[in-house]
Design a binder for this molecule. Structure first.
Ligand code: UD1
Ligand code: PEP
Length: 425
């Protein structure tokens, strides 16, 4: 099995570059299936979610090349093949194949998605949207079957503000007849990015980034070239790392506006954050004060940064409280941090962390993507050598993380170790 080994307590310095946004990438790639000629997307992160989607697109007949972050997808010969199993289960965003294939073929069969286990993650709002557009939706043996005679624009009010549902409904609606209005839409920057690609393909979309999106269906969509936005969650992860382990770190390729909720929390804790046009500099931090954080939909504090942020709280003076209002079970990192001597406890959707605590190296397991990111940061500041297992979660969302951190002087290696069989007899 592959693990990360990190010899911690080394101060880090230099510049680290943020890759393209995972949560945009995983929607832009399926969106390309709606075009009738090749779509090129530049700046994609080299993460396993992107590589898995490339394979899925190839399975359905797309011709895909991917080199140096640039993917060209020729969707001309794509077929409406059912995808009930296999790669679909490896990532959350495979649900975008539902919207994209429904939009293109008026039918699709896609297995229920995988992704991080953070408590229940229903897709009822996606389905409500597809049904409103005229699709008949059934769940057959764990796969969602969508069939429509015709897709017609509709007014859809989302009961829950959902990134996935907002994008999926956009994908299904861009070629539907007439006007679709999504009310109570999510406002994340990734939604604007997908709407920009679709608009450049010929779609008519207004209001992406606000809570009301209007889509006027068009007959045809064509190929285009698109550059993805930087990953605000990766940027935020690096900002948190810089606050606890840095002796002056520049985070390059960031849209500062996208990380404002984090920037203001860091400042509240006493971390200096210097903001430039496309860079953020975090000088060495001398003392950090405890704060309370509640995760919210964008532009609130992102749930995807809650887990890395909990490591910062272990280094803050006083008692910090995190409340995750988006997911019911997103604190699996706390148990692992406790193995590393952190003082924290979880009660439902809230975690209380007391600090500061000197973290100690341990063998820990990445239960999900951002828990893994939290453990990497913890390993960087802990005394001794930390081993992180199940790193495939981390590599779903962080491109070249080992090399990027080595570039700052971190002692981190990806190594193959023998798996020890546990015999319970
Ligand atoms: C691939 C991707 O982009 N993943 C992101 C996306 O996930 P994802 O799109 O799955 O998250 P949503 O925004 O849909 O979920 C937000 C909340 O709404 C609930 N919900 C969602 C849909 C639905 O039909 N019914 C329902 O009840 C979810 O259980 C959750 O509590 O946004 C999340 C919230 O910012 C991020 O943590 C994920 O990194
Ligand atoms: C929860 C996340 O990813 P996914 O929705 O792809 O599981 C994440 O990126 O933090």
């Amino acid at each position: 099995m592959e693990v990360y080994k990190i010899r911690g307590a080394k101060r880090l310095q230099g510049t680290i570059k943020v890759s393209g946004a995972k949560n945009s990438a995983v929607a832009l790639i399926p969106a390309s299936l709606l075009a009738d000629s090749p779509v090129t997307i530049e700046g994609l992160p080299e993460i396993s979610d992107v590589l898995t989607l490339k394979e899925i697109l190839e399975e359905v007949g797309a011709i895909v090349t991917f080199e140096n972050g640039t993917m060209t997808i020729d969707p001309t010969n794509v077929v409406d093949m059912p995808l009930p199993n296999g790669n679909i289960k490896k990532l959350r965003a495979s649900y975008y194949l539902m919207g994209a294939l429904l939009g293109r073929f008026k039918k699709a069969a896609i297995g229920l998605p995988g992704g991080c286990h953070l408590g229940p993650r229903p897709i009822d709002q996606h389905i409500k949207g597809f049904e409103a557009l005229g699709a008949k939706v059934t769940n057959e043996h764990g796969a969602i079957y969508l069939r429509a005679e015709e897709l017609a624009g509709a007014k859809i009010y989302l009961d829950v503000v959902s990134v996935g549902a907002t994008i999926n409904i956009m994908l299904a609606a861009v070629k539907a007849k007439g006007r679709t209005i999504i009310e109570n839409a999510a406002k994340e920057p990734e939604i604007i990015d997908v709407a920009t690609l679709l608009s450049n393909m010929g779609a008519k979309i207004k209001g992406a980034g606000t809570n009301v999106i209007r889509i006027d269906g068009v007959e045809e969509l064509h190929g285009t070239k698109h550059t993805i936005i930087p990953d605000r969650i990766e940027a935020g992860t690096f900002m948190i790392m810089a606050a606890v382990a840095g002796d002056g770190i520049t985070i390059d390729n960031v849209i500062p506006f996208h990380v404002e909720a984090l920037t203001s929390k860091l400042r509240e804790m006493g971390v200096k954050v210097e903001v430039f046009e496309e860079k953020i500099f975090i000088p060495k931090t001398t003392s950090i004060q405890a704060v309370d954080v509640k995760t919210l939909v964008y532009p609130g504090f992102p749930t995807d940064l809650q887990q890395p942020f909990s490591v910062l709280m272990t280094q803050a003076t006083g008692s910090s409280v995190i409340t995750d209002s988006i997911y019911s079970a997103r604190f699996k990192q706390i148990d692992e941090l406790r193995r590393m001597s952190a003082n924290g406890r979880v009660d439902g959707r809230t975690a209380v962390i007391n600090g500061p605590t000197k973290l100690e190296a341990a063998i820990v397991r990445a239960s999900d993507l951002r828990a893994g990111a939290a453990l990497v940061i913890a390993g960087l500041i802990a005394d001794g050598e930390t081993e992180i297992q199940d790193i495939y979660h981390i590599e779903r969302g962080y491109s070249s993380i080992v090399e990027k951190l080595q570039g700052l002087g971190a002692d981190i290696r990806r190594v193959q170790i023998e798996e020890i069989e546990v015999n319970n007899d």
